[in-house]
Design a protein around this ligand. Structure first.
Ligand code: 5AD
Ligand code: SF4
Length: 454
């Protein structure tokens, strides 16, 4: 370990001038938990003599907060590292790899000399980043990939982006070991923050003007702190004055508590949208995936949600081409999606991940062409279902929360979102970000609704 002291986090030490803070650019890949972790890292660094910058040219250090869930996530990061070296030729820059790829690939990242990585930090080591950077500045190979059973960062207040929504991680890690999934290895065991700590942070968020919070966890229904479960946490968060909407992601279908569904039905602030990852519609494949529910149990859960929360919006995750999945078994996923009619779906080709049970036990034997054929069929099916479901909203009046006072396409349109998590586009008006208004739905595509003020 290096003996470098605090001041080595600075640059350009000319006598008489205060040392310049080292400037850090952070880039995020992957899921919302990673977006949230980047906000934690910003906060940790800002407290410790580093300045966060927005462009590559200003940066002394570039950190990539990475994802390992599928191979294309890895590929993007390798591509980006080469791109940085190419563009910065002659101007030195330190590169750090954070997040799931760090714990997944460990030594490989250092051993691949062409990559020239300066430091690596896993998801439970962000508080050590200032030290790691100092060690790397002293020429050491700096890394910390220790996974903790306790770290929840509940003492770090994230440096959040302004807007209507604040992410807040309520638990970290996962104990489920779905056979395809690398998360239990990259993020370690489940651990939850206390209700008081989370509610305390939500109160600060409300005072800062946030109207919506999204509770995050790899498997939120495993949330448990002392005698409190996830339903209790949701209800407590929804009581915070000023917070108009509460969302959460992701739950696991195997232990979806009735009380969560009942609370969503009863409490206006708990949004009428649930993301319920099915992964497959075939029992043999579900069993190989270690999902611990059957097709029937999954369908019964969906039926219960729809009975208790009429009109609830539902979304899902699906994997096609899991090892040994036959055409007939894939058809079971197709019919599940056709029968359930999700509002939206994230559909992925199976991607073998190092360390996972599937990688050890099941050869990745479904051809790339088959995976492509299956994903194309499901995407086409889902597009037509999403369009049909969105068109069914025509004429309805929805309460929408304004997210942006212009859209990517037009400065004369605003972007809002309904309770069911669907984007609603309206003509620009007097409303500001965070306002709630009523809109009549007048048009629909497969992924957005168009509304008019009522
Ligand atoms: N291959 C393909 N998709 C995967 N997912 C997780 N692991 C893999 C993998 N190895 C998908 C699952 C999960 C979502 C976040 O990513 O559908 O719900
Ligand atoms: Fe991965 Fe399964 Fe845990 Fe989700 S529940 S993070 S898919 S192991």
């Amino acid at each position: 370990m290096s003996e470098h002291s605090e001041n080595s986090a600075t640059n350009g030490n000319t006598v008489g001038n205060p040392p310049r803070k080292m400037r850090v650019l952070l880039e995020t890949y992957g899921c919302q938990m990673n977006e949230y972790d980047t906000e934690l890292v910003k906060s940790i660094l800002e407290k410790d003599q580093f300045a966060i910058v927005k462009t590559e040219n200003e940066a002394d250090i570039i950190m990539l907060n990475t994802c390992a869930v599928r191979e294309n996530a890895h590929r993007k990061v390798y591509g980006r590292v080469h791109d940085i070296h190419h563009r910065r030729e002659g101007r030195p820059v330190m590169i750090g790899i954070l997040g799931c790829m760090a714990t997944n690939l460990r030594q490989e990242l250092f051993e691949n000399r062409g990559l020239k990585i300066d430091f690596i930090a896993g998801p439970d080591s962000y508080k050590r980043l200032p030290t790691l950077i100092r060690e790397a500045s002293a020429g050491e190979q700096a890394f910390d990939l220790t996974l903790s059973e306790f770290e929840t960062y509940s003492d770090v207040f994230p440096a959040r982006k302004e807007g209507v929504n604040a992410w807040i991680a309520v638990m970290r890690g996962c104990n489920n070991f779905c056979t395809f999934c690398v998360v239990p290895y990259t993020r370690g065991r489940e651990r939850s923050r206390s209700v008081e700590n989370i509610v305390g942070e939500v109160k600060v968020l409300a005072a800062d003007g946030f109207k919506q919070v999204t509770l995050l966890g790899q498997n939120v229904n495993s949330y448990r702190h002392e005698e409190h479960d996830f339903a209790h946490l949701l209800e407590e968060v929804a009581k915070v004055p000023g917070i108009e909407r509460v969302r959460f992601t992701s739950p696991h279908p195997k232990d979806f508590p009735d009380r969560v569904i009942d609370s969503i039905a009863a409490n206006k602030k708990l949004c009428n949208h649930m993301h319920v990852p099915a992964q497959s519609g075939n029992d043999r494949v579900l069993d190989m995936m270690n999902r611990t529910y059957t097709r029937k149990e999954y369908l019964d859960l969906i039926a219960k949600m729809r009975a208790k929360v009429p009109g609830v919006a539902l979304s899902t995750d699906i994997i096609v081409g899991f090892p040994t999945e036959t055409d007939a078994e894939f058809e079971d996923t197709f019919t599940l999606m056709k029968d359930v009619e999700f509002d939206s779906a994230f559909i992925f080709k199976y991607s073998e991940r190092k360390q996972t049970i599937a990688a050890k036990k099941f050869p990745d034997d479904v051809s790339e062409d088959k995976k492509t054929e299956r994903i194309v069929r499901l995407n086409d099916l889902q597009k037509s279902i999403s369009l049909k479901k969105n068109r069914a909203h025509l004429g309805e009046i929805h309460e929408v929360l304004v997210e942006a006072t212009q859209t990517a396409k037009s400065e004369t349109e605003i972007q809002a979102r309904n309770d069911g998590n669907k984007i609603v586009i309206l003509k620009a008006g007097p409303e500001q970000v965070g306002d709630i208004l009523k809109a009549r739905i007048v048009d629909a595509t497969n992924y957005v609704l168009k509304g008019e003020r009522v």
